[in-house]
Design a protein. Structure first.
Length: 304
């Protein structure tokens, strides 16, 4: 049996908590099938839309204090983790499987000198029109960019993960046969200050964090579930090509040729390459195709 890290995209989890909870009820089915087959399962998730919603709510409120970004990330880990625990637990109960599910509030260590802090690229929050985005830039001081032809979004720094503070807890839980939800939203970004860890205003890409975690816990497979069936080249054009099983070498050349958007598919591909280079397997697929993707029969498959 395999140790599998499943990474769920924040944009694929719906536009509000009610929609997210309904979608996760469906996501729980293939995840529980993995558990029934005896696999060890770790679940990571994005939080781009969710953490942006939380942060903006506090920023626009006149009756609540401003909430620092690391705390907003922790809040998103909590409520998304709850929905995952609930949906997976309910699905397990259908089969009388008594297994604990732990959602870990996770700190991920980054380098305070990472150049990403000088160049925000990670989209968060909702999509806006050009006019709305200009107003947010003026009123809130946000950095806004056009995102994949779907509108404008705020961008924040996205430093690379170095380590996962709670990795030993995660290993212990897996070794004791529990299901683990961790590095939610890429984890809460923290930097080392002497003997302490301090949160910083950023969002770690959850796929980079998932790949780092998969490496640290010696996972066999990394599965990134998102809103599209496959990785494409020439996406949205008549010449679009879905990539199925693809080599690391070809992906690296496609990156050089700038086929993938920096704030969208590129981090997923780089994360998969980094993981697969350790003689492992990575998959990028849609939520709908998750059951087949877990069997390596759907999505874009990268083998080291």
């Amino acid at each position: 049996m395999s140790r599998i890290v499943v990474s769920l995209g924040g944009n694929a989890l719906g536009k509000n908590p009610a929609e997210q909870k309904a979608l996760l009820t469906k996501v729980a089915v293939p995840i529980v099938n993995l558990i029934k087959e005896g696999h060890e399962v770790v679940i990571a998730h994005g939080n781009g839309p969710q953490v942006g919603m939380i942060n903006l709510s506090f920023s626009e409120s006149s009756s609540t204090p401003d909430m620092p970004f690391p705390e907003c990330g922790a809040m998103s880990q909590g409520y998304i983790g709850y929905h995952l625990q609930n949906s997976i637990g309910n699905e397990l109960s259908k089969y009388n499987i008594d297994k604990s599910i732990a959602a870990i509030v996770t700190q991920v260590i980054v380098d305070e000198h990472d150049p990403a802090f000088q160049r925000p690229t990670k989209p968060i929050g909702s999509f806006y029109t050009l006019e709305e985005s200009k107003k947010l830039e003026e009123k809130m001081g946000y950095d806004m960019v056009e995102d994949s032809g779907r509108g404008y979004r705020r961008v924040v720094p996205s430093p690379m993960p170095i380590d996962v503070k709670e990795k030993d807890i995660i290993k212990t839980l897996l070794n004791d046969n529990h299901v683990v939800i961790t590095v939610g939203g890429g984890g809460i970004p923290v930097v080392v200050k002497g003997h302490t860890l301090e949160g910083v205003a950023a969002v770690i890409d959850k796929d980079n964090a998932s790949a780092k975690l998969a490496e640290l816990i010696n996972a066999d497979i990394l599965v990134i579930l998102t809103a599209v069936d496959n990785v494409y080249i020439n996406f949205g054009k008549p010449s679009a090509e879905a990539l199925e099983e693809v080599s690391i070498e070809r992906l690296e050349q496609l990156i050089i040729d700038k086929h993938f958007a920096e704030g969208s598919m590129l981090p997923k591909i780089k994360a998969c390459i980094n993981f697969a280079k350790n003689n492992k397997t990575a998959v990028i697929a849609s939520l709908e195709n998750a059951p087949e993707a877990f069997k390596l029969n759907a999505g874009t498959i990268i083998k080291g």
